[in-house]
Design a protein around this ligand. Sequence first.
Ligand code: ADP
Length: 190
Amino acid sequence: MALITVSGFPSSGKSKRAHQIKVHLESRLQDPSYSGPKLKVAIVSDDDLNIDRSVYGDGRLEKSARAALFTAMQRRMGQDTILIVDAMNYIKGFRYQMYCAAREIKVRVCTVYILATPDLCKEWNTSREDGMQYPSDILGNLLHRYEEPSSMVRWDSPLFTISWMDEDVPADNIWKAITEGTVKPPNAGT
Ligand code: ADP
């Protein structure tokens, strides 16, 4: 029914925000006032696919990891699902490919850009307790390669940006974007 593409620097808080979004969407779906179709909210991530962070230091391994993510995303998208793709999704062309796959099966799309400074990402990467650290050389390299989403291109739009300082996610706007397809996010430009 919808595809929510999360994008952001390594260790910028993508998984944390993906879970916040999931919780919000589930509570709306369970609310007695909701009268739409029965939907489930699912997350697909590198961790679900056992993709080790070290693959991002090897072009060939990274390419096959990306292909695995794309396959999983295609398999799990559907009219009864709101699918959140929790991964860096840092290559413009890859986001375009996901957008095309979603539009092909007529699911709504939106992109959520998780914003944190490179220094914070490095700090959080070092102190993360889940054992999912990026090696520091790979992290530095990914920070350079990152291709920022833009609300000016259709495959990143509508685009919602969540800053590291935000307590919560813009759940109302995300909900409207995926259920009504009408919302114009505040960062959509003119
Ligand atoms: P990613 O999915 O981008 O790799 P995570 O959501 O797993 O990032 O978060 C990486 C680490 O950073 C975790 O230890 C998390 O607790 C911490 N973190 C994420 N966002 C914030 C934030 N806004 N403020 C403080 N710490 C954060």
